[in-house]
Design a protein around this ligand. Structure first.
Ligand SMILES: [Zn+2]
Length: 118
């Protein structure tokens, strides 16, 4: 098994350790508050996406490059695309909500036609 350790910047100026255990599968852990509960934290996703600005120690850049090569051979991009698609769906739904709210605002201002006879 191969292990790649990268230090990701934290918002406090300190850093978290993002660890990649590479075998026939790739496991990723981070020791931040969310990461220790196996949550998808920005350190994991940032490092996986190759964000150099997230590196706490720039001497680890070659390791990040090596990791990028390895990640390309994994199924992560399929999962990542699924997340991006879901986020686009949320954006589309938000736009629709705003459109309907605007329609209701207009209707309340101009008057709503009475359609039901009592
Ligand atoms: Zn984290």
């Amino acid at each position: 098994m191969k292990t790649i350790n990268l230090k990701a910047k934290s918002s406090s100026g300190d850093h978290y350790q993002v660890v990649f255990e590479i075998d026939d599968v790739i496991k990723v852990t981070c020791n931040c508050k969310a990461g220790i509960f196996s949550k998808l934290c920005k350190h994991k996703t940032g490092i996986i996406s190759g964000d150099r600005n997230l590196l706490y120690d720039l001497t680890e850049e070659p390791l990040l490059d090596e990791l990028m090569m390895i990640m390309r051979r994994s199924g992560y991009n399929i999962l990542s695309k699924e997340l991006i698609d879901a986020q686009k769906d949320v954006e589309t739904a938000k736009k629709q909500v705003n459109k309907v709210k605007h329609k209701i605002e207009q209707a309340l201002q101009k008057g709503i036609p009475m359609t039901i006879d009592n």
